[in-house]
Ligand binder design. Structure first.
Ligand code: S3P
Length: 436
């Protein structure tokens, strides 16, 4: 939350990580499940929803536009308004820190007869929105963004909208999803062509909710005006959240943990492929399917890591995991590198700069370039640590540098831990509970 004071917190070695953990529900899937349930006709029940602030922004926005969303035990109960049935929100929709909430909901509003102003925190208000606004204008929505194509932005939706074929200029699951969500209330066939595959949670969930959606090679087609059927579903654990624990267990000697019920969608698995290439001991057990997504239990044991050069084709499948990959690389034998990372500069923070700076402060040699980072590893030795790092209020930067502190000669102090509430509010307690 902006405005609340920073919460400093030191992370220091406390022995091996041992035992069993569950991570929060997948954030990407949670946003989409809330939106589709709110657009279905009838009552959906969703278990395992992410309880972070990002998904709370999507919940609040869908409530502001008419969906009834409540809780029963740890389930969200959502009464949808039906595609086309959204109400005019009475005030601005506050997206907080969440790019996914902002971009997906811009797509939803674009084809409903409502006008909505989207606002966000200072980080989100710097992030590019033209990538989603431009294709939504082509279907007829009226979008006035701030200078530079950022939030605040006001969208006047158009209904009926004109179905379009859009070839994605930036590989972005958020832009793809915005267009598909806009297609729900558009008569005719909406096409999205995706030259580089990105996470396909929207496609899977749209199918589950009964939309007429097809995927053939690079092309996704969706037939509107869809009638979505309410669902009972379980959101798998977030592989992006699990990656922090997987790297922690890989670098801290003696560790052996299980992480239960983690989503293993192939388009999210880049970090796990790379960690295994580095020599990490990660085993997927009990593979199964749940609510249209593949799921497994992960076992991770400490193992010496070797340096790696990340293959550029893996970048989209590990786009959120570079901060924690850089930490794994800092403990590997040799020099690791990754290129083609321009998108990292426009995430919740400039993640190349944030991680280069954070790692340098705790004694790691890194070389930063415009679109990449190279990291000299310690060969498994503890890092020097002993510094306060600037997390830039970015949850993934904070958790990654915290993990580095678990195998350091002196503590790594985060200038502010509060950003972890964005995606993984229980992170510090969970780490502590794994170090009995
Ligand atoms: C997301 C897509 C990715 C990712 C983000 C979540 C999604 O963003 O970085 O954390 O849920 O669709 P881009 O679409 O900008 O690549």
């Amino acid at each position: 939350m902006e405005g609340a004071g920073p919460v400093r917190k030191a992370f220091a070695p406390a022995g091996p990580l041992l035992g069993t953990a569950c991570v929060p529900g997948d954030k990407s899937i949670s946003h989409r499940a809330v939106i589709l349930a709110a657009l279905a006709v009838g009552q959906s029940r969703i278990e395992g929803l992410s309880l972070g602030r990002d998904v709370a922004a999507t919940v609040a926005a869908m409530q502001a536009m008419g969906a009834r969303i409540g809780r029963e035990d740890d389930r969200a109960i959502i009464d949808g308004v039906g595609v086309g049935g959204l109400f005019q929100p009475e005030s601005a929709l506050d997206m907080g820190n969440s790019g996914t909430a902002a971009r997906l909901l811009m797509g939803v509003v674009a084809t409903h007869p409502v006008a909505a102003t989207f606002i966000g925190d200072s980080s989100l208000s710097r992030r590019p929105m033209e990538r989603v606004a431009a294709p939504l204008r082509r279907i007829g929505a009226d979008i006035a963004a701030s200078a530079g194509g950022t939030l605040p932005a006001t969208i006047r939706g158009i209904a009926p909208a004109a179905p379009q074929t859009t070839r994605l200029a930036v590989p972005s699951a958020q832009v793809k999803s915005a267009l598909l969500l806009a297609g729900l209330n558009t008569a005719g066939v909406t096409r999205v062509v995706e030259p580089v595959a990105t996470r396909d949670h929207s496609e899977r969930l749209l199918r589950l909710f009964g939309a007429d959606i097809r995927v053939e090679g690079e092309e996704i087609t969706l037939r509107g005006e869809a009638e979505l059927r309410p669902q009972t579903l379980g959101v798998p654990g977030d592989p992006s959240a699990a990656a922090f624990l997987a790297v922690a267990a890989s670098i801290v000697p003696g560790s052996d943990i299980r992480i239960e019920n983690v989503g293993i969608n192939p388009l999210r698995m880049g970090i796990y492929l790379v960690l295994r290439e580095m020599g990490a001991d990660i085993v997927f057990a009990n593979e199964r399917e749940a609510s249209g997504e593949p799921v497994a239990d992960l076992r991770v044991r400490h193992a010496p890591l070797r340096a790696v050069e990340v293959r550029p084709e893996l970048v989209p499948a590990m786009i959120d995991e570079f901060p924690i990959f850089f930490v794994a690389a800092a403990f590997a034998e040799g020099r690791s590198s990754a290129r083609g990372l321009a998108e990292l500069r426009v995430k919740e923070s400039d993640r190349i700069a944030a991680m280069a700076d954070g790692l340098r402060r705790i004694g790691v040699t890194v070389e930063e370039s415009e679109e990449g980072l190279a990291i000299q590893g310690s060969g498994g030795d503890p890092l020097p640590g002993g510094a306060t790092v600037d997390t830039r209020r970015d949850h993934r930067v904070a958790m990654s540098l915290a993990v580095a502190g678990l195998h350091a000669r002196a503590p790594v102090t985060l200038d502010d831990l509060s950003s972890v509430a964005t995606s993984f509010p229980g992170f510090p307690d969970l780490v502590r509970s794994l170090q009995p």
